[in-house]
Design a protein. Structure first.
Length: 253
């Protein structure tokens, strides 16, 4: 299920098919088993309207959850660029040799973080993650000797900045894992199918094409939600604009 949610197009296809089958089953039940009488239509219309309203509310809340998570990922990308850039400047407070080493490691680390954001598939992040973890160890080791030799407030400021760099990567990773729960998708899908069963059962004009209208509209909404919620799949993604701008600034210097 999680792999399907990483592909917004698959979300669209799966939910469209499931909803259309539900609408067809409702229509089949109406024509083959029980056709609603006129005195039943009033109560049925109330139930149908209430179910559709519930579906609209759930889609709205889920869309809001996806947008919140997308904004969080953007904010953490900006915060990570700020932490690396600040530490790059603070590294100049170290002795000359240590400063040069720390700044080179920060440039290498920045390149790995950009590669992490630009990866289109979760499987492509394995190498950048491994390289970044190795560089994190080297970064901490680079500032440890001068911090032990000169435990001054100025050196402590550099150590604090390096700690922010390492923490920023953890926050970014946690934000990428913070997705809409699968249970929420299942609940939303079941309600959408139930709505289409009711639409098919109460449909009065005839024709299977009419039963496709609601499934297409709802599936497009699911497609948009899945696109925003997926860190790597789809079109709407968080790109490392701040990290790239920082990298260009370092090269210019």
């Amino acid at each position: 299920m999680s792999s399907t949610l990483d592909s917004p197009f698959m979300v669209f296809v799966v939910f469209l098919a499931a909803q259309w089958v539900g609408a067809y089953c409702g229509d089949l039940f109406r024509t083959r088993v029980h056709r609603p009488r006129k005195d039943e239509l009033t109560d049925f219309d109330k139930i149908q309207a209430a179910t559709l309203t519930l579906l609209a509310l759930i889609i709205g809340f889920t869309f809001s959850m996806a947008v919140t998570r997308y904004d969080q990922r953007k904010n953490y990308e900006a915060a990570e660029a700020n932490a690396i850039g600040t530490e790059y400047v603070r590294a100049g407070l170290l002795p000359a040799d240590d400063a040069a080493k720390a700044r080179q490691l920060l440039r290498d680390y920045l390149a790995q973080r950009i590669a992490y954001y630009e990866a289109r598939d979760q499987r492509q992040t394995g190498e950048p993650d491994a390289d970044a973890a190795k560089l994190q160890t080297e970064l901490w080791s680079a500032i440890l000797p001068p911090a032990q030799k000169q435990p001054t407030p100025i050196i402590a400021l550099t150590v604090w900045g390096m700690n922010d760099v390492l923490n920023a990567q953890s926050y970014t990773q946690a934000a990428g894992w913070n997705r809409i729960p699968v249970a929420a998708w299942v609940l939303m899908g079941l309600i959408a199918i139930a709505c289409n069963v009711l639409i098919g059962y109460g449909e009065r004009r005839g024709g299977l094409l009419v039963l496709l209208v609601l499934p297409i509209i709802v599936s497009v909404s699911f497609l948009l939600i899945a696109d925003i919620d997926s860190p790597r799949g789809g079109v709407i993604r968080v790109l490392p604009y701040n990290l790239i701008a920082l990298s260009q600034s370092m090269k210019a210097q």
